[in-house]
Design a protein around this ligand. Structure first.
Ligand SMILES: Cc1ncc(C[n+]2csc(CCOP(=O)(O)OP(=O)(O)O)c2C)c(N)n1
Ligand code: SF4
Ligand SMILES: [Mg+2]
Length: 284
């Protein structure tokens, strides 16, 4: 990754926060690292405002460390807890109004293709389960129907966390939240299957308890989107604040969710995507 875009203007070195100086001086740019080196560098700067133990923060760091070409990537975020830490992200990103991320990403990807015809520019739309699975679902699905070539990543904390804990379509049946006191009445939306059926050439679900798997999925999704069409990844992000468990128990909860089958790791790959994956993973 080229760190030119983050260089500190002469004369401002002293007043920039230490985290920022560390990032410029010792960051991952130009080195081929990955999730195994997480903790030795910062793509999501420290001092972000998410709660202690928030699964979004960990998942976001893992995603950022997994992007195949971060200096040529633009992230389109949207309203929700995840948007609160985009100011700390050292990769180009823009904010879109709640649920609009896939419409904005569509325009951006098309514009980048016209502006940089000889370069590969990756676009990744990211948002919560409310933004992607509920309120923005129409725009999400239509970007998939149209075959837009970018990746959509859902931070699935199974709630509208940022607004105090309403149930979402992605909450589990029976989930009780601050503003869903009688328990959710219907099942979690089958988003990986919906994505597959709506035209995503690659659709996967994973948790941050499996960083290597997550890394592989993000790389596959972004590279496949360049050539073939839309791709989707869903990541379970435990929310201790709304689900009322200790922040120190987030990873344990994630593993328990997997063990009980409440959260399943999935990967759907279209035949064309399978062929392409074989090619680029052999080359690698
Ligand atoms: C158009 C619009 N509708 C509703 C809201 C209020 N709102 C802000 S964040 C949010 C919930 C976000 O839930 P989710 O996408 O799951 O993200 P999380 O906060 O859980 O990470 C809602 C309903 C808004 N800001 N804009
Ligand atoms: S409310 Fe939940 S999702 Fe939002 S920052 Fe806190 S722990 Fe993370
Ligand atoms: Mg949510």
């Amino acid at each position: 990754m080229n760190n030119k875009i983050y260089e500190i203007s002469p004369g401002f070195e002293e007043i920039m926060p230490k985290d920022y100086r560390d990032l410029v001086n010792d960051g991952p740019f130009g080195k081929k690292l990955g999730v195994k080196d997480l903790g030795t560098f910062k793509e999501l700067l420290e001092e972000h405002p998410l709660c202690a133990g928030c699964g979004l923060a960990l998942s976001k760091r893992l995603i950022l460390a997994s992007l195949p070409s971060p200096e040529n990537t633009v992230i389109v975020g949207t309203t929700g807890c995840s948007s609160l830490s985009f100011a700390q992200v050292a990769i180009h990103n823009i904010h879109s109004i709640f649920g609009n991320q896939n419409a904005v990403a569509t325009g951006l990807k098309r514009a980048l293709e016209i502006r940089f015809p000889d370069k590969t520019k990756d676009v990744v739309a990211m948002g919560g389960d409310g933004a992607i699975g509920d309120i923005g679902l129409g725009m999400v699905m239509h970007s998939w129907f149209r075959g837009e070539k970018f990746t959509t990543i859902m931070f699935d904390n199974e709630a509208y966390a940022n607004t105090g804990g309403q149930e979402s379509g992605m909450s589990q049946k029976g989930a009780v939240l601050n503003m869903a006191p009688t328990g959710k009445k219907y099942a979690k939306l089958p988003m990986p299957e919906i994505a597959r059926d709506a035209g995503c050439v690659y659709s996967a679900s994973v948790t941050p308890a499996r960083p290597k798997r997550l890394e592989k999925m993000v790389r596959r999704a972004v590279i496949l989107a360049r050539k073939l069409g839309p791709t989707y990844i869903q990541i379970y992000c435990p929310c201790p604040t709304n689900y009322k468990f200790k922040p120190s128990e987030s990873l344990k909860r994630t593993k328990d969710m997997e063990k009980s089958g409440a959260y399943q790791i999935k990967e759907y790959i279209s035949p064309a995507a399978e062929e392409l994956i074989k090619k680029f993973e052999e080359e690698k």
